[in-house]
Design a protein around this ligand. Structure first.
Ligand SMILES: [Zn+2]
Length: 364
């Protein structure tokens, strides 16, 4: 009888929940317990001036992009996120995911001018792990914000010194599964598949010894085996970012990989990157900054550690689709600050392994 009641209770609880069936990622880490008493600085950005008044207008898209935008729009409505306005963005698209969805990105600013004289270049990536769904909405919030901002005179001025690339869904196959997963269509964790120096020696070994071949963390059979990894690597090579912001969930922290103050030759870059992180935290109600380790094949290792590109990981508190507004409210000033107000000193260590397979063409 007791068992029967428990069963009914479980049934009622799950039936009442209107959250989409999102698997809670298995990674659990202890949160910092130190109370934080940091005053949020007054917003120094023009963010408060921007109101969603500029109507989103459709722009011509290729059939592949247009079909994909319809798919995104359906998901957005399904998750209760209102319109994506996906077809109002000027998408770039070169390659596809394993299952054939476009891997696409939006550029704000003058890419040609950036090639002549490097701008403050920010690469923002979301949806690397498709079961972390709030980051995907978060990247669309960034896109909406940039759309609004750059339609104002102040915004146009700001774009003169900046170049921004936003990739809202790095791994569409994992996001569009009936039950979204961390890994891509071939079961590979794209954030363990970067061609880092330690990959051959350690990636698979660590996966076996530390993670007991956990399916959620499969680094792949070889590094860069996945189109979604190649896509990110090529974006980094093409845009040579001053900094990368990668959005995940649910670890509830800001993590940094890259040169630090203690770095011998890049002391200055390290120092400004650390203060950027600090400022981002303060602007988000003292959000926890924690040094989370990087892994063989991870972005932080590839870009931050090996290439000295300051790489900031924002881990949102959850993948609960209902929390999207809360998260954007909490972090919008930090994001605006990170994109526009912090011109980090460029690292002189440019990429050495020039790859011919750069995302060079514009649209297809
Ligand atoms: Zn993640």
């Amino acid at each position: 009888m007791k068992k029967y009641i428990v069963f009914i209770l479980i049934f009622i609880t799950s039936a009442c929940s209107n959250i989409s069936p999102i698997e809670t990622p298995a990674v659990v880490i202890e949160k910092e317990v130190t109370p934080v008493h940091v005053e949020s600085p007054k917003a120094t950005s023009s963010l408060d001036l921007v109101v969603d008044r500029i109507p989103f207008e459709k722009v011509p898209e290729t059939k592949a992009v247009s079909d994909f935008c319809n798919k995104i729009e359906d998901k957005f409505l399904n998750y209760g996120w209102s319109h994506s306005f996906c077809d109002s963005f000027d998408w770039n698209h070169v390659r596809n995911s394993v299952l054939g969805d476009p891997l696409m990105w939006v550029v704000y600013g003058d890419e040609e001018a950036h090639k002549e004289e490097p701008r403050n270049m920010t690469l923002v990536m979301c949806g690397v792990h498709g079961d972390e769904i709030t980051p995907i909405k978060f990247c669309f919030d960034i896109l909406h914000y940039l759309y609004q901002t750059t339609h104002t005179e102040i915004g146009k001025q700001k774009l003169k010194d900046n170049l921004i690339v936003v990739v809202p869904i790095v791994s569409p196959d994992s996001f569009f599964k009936k039950r979204p997963t961390r890994t891509n269509a071939r079961g590979v964790d794209v954030n363990r598949n970067f061609p880092t120096k330690d990959w051959n020696k350690s990636a698979r070994k660590l996966w076996v010894s530390r993670y007991g071949k956990d399916k959620r963390r499969d680094p792949g059979k070889s590094s860069m085996s996945e189109p979604e990894t190649l896509f990110q690597v090529n974006l980094i090579k093409r845009y040579n970012p001053t900094k990368i912001i990668s959005v995940h969930a649910p670890l509830t922290l800001l993590d940094y990989d890259g040169p630090t103050m203690a770095h011998k030759h890049l002391h200055e870059l390290g120092s400004s990157a650390e203060s950027l992180l600090d400022q981002m935290s303060k602007m988000a109600k003292g959000y926890t900054v924690k040094n989370y380790p990087f892994f063989p094949g991870s972005l932080g290792n590839y870009a931050g550690n090996e290439r000295n590109i300051p790489t900031i990981t924002l881990e949102l508190p959850s993948s609960d689709n209902r929390k999207h507004k809360e998260y954007w409210e909490q972090f919008k000033h930090s994001i605006d600050y990170a994109i526009f107000h912090s011109s980090l000193k460029k690292s002189n260590l440019v990429l050495s392994d020039k790859n011919n397979d750069i995302e060079s063409s514009k649209k297809n």
